[in-house]
Design a protein around this ligand. Sequence first.
Ligand code: CTP
Ligand code: MG
Length: 449
Amino acid sequence: MAKKIGIILAAGSGERFGSAAPKQFTKIAGKTILEHTLDVFEKSRYIDEMILVINAAYRIEVENIILRNNYKKLKSVVNGGSTRQESTWVAVSQVDDKDYVIIHDAVRPFLSEKIICNCVEALENYSAVDVAIPSADTIIEVKDRLISKIPPRNNFMRGQTPQAFRAGVIKKAHELARAGSDTTFTDDCGLVLKYRLADVFIALGEESNFKLTYPEDILLAEILFQVRQEHAEEGNYKLDDLKNKVIVVFGASKGIGQVVCSVASANGARVHGFSRSDKVDVSDYVAVCAVLKTVFEREGRIDAVIVTAGVLKIGKLEDRDHEEIVDEININYLGSINAAKAAIPYLKKTRGTLVLFTSSSYTRGRALYATYSSSKAAIVNLTQALAEELSHDSIRVNCINPERAATPMRFANFGKENPADLLDPEKIACATLQVVLSSQTGRIVMVRK
Ligand code: CTP
Ligand code: MG
């Protein structure tokens, strides 16, 4: 049986993206883009081995990534060349003619199992497979800044990766190109066609399998990860693993915080909940430090700090009371900063975890919610920043993004709503505690009905 080998191309320098290190080392949701892509291949049922092609100047970064992840399928890490074509050649030249190769850009981290499956299945009947999607835009042929032709759009598709081959065919194509000094092909299927070595079958790609090319692509990537991870992690962790974990909750007297406390306790955690009503105001740094110290002295450790404290006051900025605004920002934003700063020394000792809360309103500002939503947007940014800053101490920092939930805060602002339309706080509490148990960091975890 042919071995199925994923070749991941990561030797580019990302000129158009323009970050200090090449774009494949940019982090999204707590992991580099390269790691997300390697994860897809590592987990795929259709892939037996991986070859990673890198730029030699970044070998140390790559080795750190490999140490962190312990990929079982990764068989070699080779130095690529100055063009994509050379990088591909370095990898395919190592492979046995009878194997299958699935060549993929490291900077397309949203590759799905379905696309890999489509490619591998097509290789049973074809020697070369490209992945492409229909073009929504009109394709225009241009000469000297003038349109020379507008061909019918239906005849055109946009090529993605992977491109998959029976290895003998792609090796032959590269050998012919090298003999003819062709070195700048950015597309392996293009080479197969040029030398008329095989028909190239089209497997259907997906819009989300896009290539991170420009700086703004990172914004879309962040959001896509948030939506996807919501499903990826569900139910992976057993809440009884919370047994004997020491968990501190700020905002514990009502709403989500209260439910987090009761679910954690029911699963055997040692829970310490604090709230404004028992005189521990999260916006008071000294008070936050004092209670963490007391918990530590009593328990000898703190495994997790969860900040659910929050207030929602709506109204036009023009009409609102200034003191009330300051109070709101202090609780919603400064409170999380206080809890984070005060918790770091304790979480360092346990390699523990910090969980913050944002709101689904953070993605876009809306009239009447100016201070609330912007403070919740700040929490997302804070989560991402701290996840990076604290990764060397193995402290994980994540943030829960719940949909509208049945809480007293919501009822105070909107009156009674149909509970069937609202998210059950218990579901949010379970998701929060799953995050406490998970090994991931920098995630914005959506919780939906
Ligand atoms: N690639 C490679 N070796 C090269 C050039 C590119 O392995 N000499 C890889 C890139 O790392 C990337 C994929 O091919 O995963 C697609 O290339 P592209 O998006 O063009 O990335 P870069 O070449 O890095 O970016 P740019 O063209 O903006 O410089
Ligand atoms: Mg390039």
